[in-house]
Design a protein around this ligand. Structure first.
Ligand code: MRU
Length: 351
């Protein structure tokens, strides 16, 4: 399995996603500031991977602290969480992870400092393992929705590289392929950062899953030519009503899917579902450096000084989403009820 990120004795080790697909190299972040930079600069990206990276970044910050007492450590902890929390605003997994680690810190605050440090590292490692298990469960639930054969379109990268392993949308595809389904993936290149052509194609080719890269503006034509039997994408934040924030261009794909009668699925762990955000209009959308749009691999592609927009995400209204595949099962419209039921059932079952 691709090691997107892992805790090591020397620090948090990331595969450098800015260098793929031409260079497979790794960076080790030894401070929480370095982890924050890795998230901001998209060395590590994808909502679930960002969440676990944040937890590991906080753990490393606490581990390096020289605080003399727990009160001092707590003040440093709050500052670390603040720095990490300002890296990327849309992926709610970042804030989910900060909350989970903060709650752990609260429960530990009567313990001696060395125990607190150790327990936070263990919590971050537990989150890493849980993420892979959630993706595998999502795969099992979602594989049945995939066609027995034919084209499945995905947008951006919601694969092993966007998680701690296996992937959400690509996890569903992997599980379907493991069940013997003959799937051919169509990967939108995903301008401007090219997660589809650089990352999705790279990791699927490593697994020997047939993959065709298309530029984003080809998706509609592929659907019209009946090359696409289903669409599965990931999510950065799902509002309580099922509206989905995901990589810019997802909305366009979802509208095209509806027009062509193709099922549009979203695969995401519960850590991506934000019950505190009632609908998509409340989801903060990250706007990134306009240079991502005007330049490709350092070469200028637009006239100097031209006006540019670069929203990193868009919101797909729930009405375009045929199902939300989670590790706890598949939710369908109306999502306010189905997502709440899945959450409550698991709580009752002690999950
Ligand atoms: O800007 P990115 O590359 O972090 O955006 C990633 C996406 O939009 C993914 O589709 C989403 O995080 C789901 S990852 C399992």
């Amino acid at each position: 399995m691709i090691q997107t990120l892992e805790w090591t004795e020397s620090g948090v080790r990331f595969i450098d996603q800015t260098k793929l697909p031409t260079e497979e190299s790794y960076v080790v972040c030894r401070t929480y500031e370095q982890v924050a930079d890795a998230i901001r600069n998209m060395v590590v990206r994808g909502a679930p991977a960002i969440g676990v990276a944040a937890a590991m970044g906080i753990a490393i910050g606490v581990q390096k602290s020289k605080a003399a007492n727990v009160g001092e450590l707590k003040r440093e902890f709050d500052h670390i969480c603040d720095v990490i929390g300002k890296t990327r605003p849309t992926a709610v997994n970042l804030f989910w992870a900060i909350r989970r680690i903060s709650e752990k810190f609260e429960r530990l605050s009567v313990q001696p400092i060395p125990q607190i440090k150790q327990a936070l590292v263990e919590e971050a490692q537990r989150m890493h393992a849980e993420d892979i298990a959630a993706n595998q469960a999502m795969g099992r639930h979602g594989a049945t929705l995939m066609p027995a054969s034919g084209g499945v379109l995905t947008h951006c990268n919601a694969g092993a590289l966007a998680t701690c392993g296996y992937g959400t949308a690509l996890g569903v595809i992997r599980a379907a392929v493991e069940q013997g389904k003959k799937i051919h993936v169509y990967a939108d290149e995903t301008r401007p950062f090219l997660q589809g052509s650089r990352l999705t194609a790279w990791e699927l080719m490593k697994d020997g899953i047939p993959t065709t890269v298309i530029s984003d503006n080809m998706a509609g034509a592929m659907m019209k030519q009946k090359k696409i039997g289903a669409i599965v994408v990931g999510a950065d934040r799902i509002a309580a009503n099922g509206d989905v924030a995901n990589k810019i261009g997802t909305y366009t794909v979802a509208v095209l899917a509806k027009e062509h009668g193709i099922p549009f699925y979203v695969a995401a762990p519960f850590s991506t579902i934000d019950p505190d955000t009632p609908d998509g209009s409340q989801i903060p959308i990250e706007h990134r450096d306009t240079r991502e749009v005007t330049h490709i691999a350092g070469k200028q592609m637009a006239p100097s000084g031209v006006s540019v927009e670069n929203p990193a995400f868009d919101v797909t209204p729930a009405k375009y989403v045929n199902a939300i595949i989670t590790e706890r099962g598949v939710a369908r419209e109306p999502y306010t009820e189905s997502l709440r039921t899945l959450a409550e059932e698991t709580m009752k079952a002690g999950g």
